[in-house]
Design a protein around this ligand. Structure first.
Ligand SMILES: [Zn+2]
Length: 147
């Protein structure tokens, strides 16, 4: 299944390719994942990237826009509308440019590390509750049925 031509699933996702095989398309739209890989049939609905890619892109774009904006303000002292005319379209453009590959990269990371949403499955992952009270030298461990 991991016949991704020796490339990292992260780079495959960054390129918008299936992180498992590196051949199929990961996306069915700008941000919408395809239902499954058209090459290896990997189902893409197993992972939800959530807000992670958006936060990453906001941080990067913020860094790329705020410091030039401060420099322009310091040197030229333009009117506020000039800042709005410069930095709002640039921010929007950079977000649109980075969000697609960031989402693919994030999915590749999730695939690589077998990450997913937390599930409460008692057999596979018993819920461990640290009550904060030490009973002897062992911490109390409960499953969901005991709560
Ligand atoms: Zn594939």
């Amino acid at each position: 299944m991991l016949d991704n031509q020796g490339k990292s699933p992260v780079f495959q996702g960054l390129a918008g390719r299936c992180p498992a095989c590196g051949k199929g398309k990961l996306f069915a739209g700008y941000l919408k994942f395809a239902d499954r890989c058209n090459s290896c049939e990997l189902v893409f609905d197993t992972g939800d990237t959530g807000d992670g890619p958006a936060v990453l892109v906001m941080s990067i774009v913020g860094f790329l826009v705020v410091f030039p904006a401060l420099a322009v303000e310091k040197v030229f002292k333009p009117e506020v509308w000039v800042h709005a005319l410069l930095w709002l379209p640039l921010s929007t453009l950079l977000v649109l440019l980075f969000l697609h590959p960031a989402r693919g990269m994030w999915y590749g990371l999730m695939f690589k590390f077998n990450a997913g949403e937390a599930v409460l499955d008692d057999e596979a992952f018993p819920v461990k509750v640290d009550t904060g009270f030490a009973s002897g030298n062992a911490q109390e461990e409960r499953t969901r049925e005991n709560l």
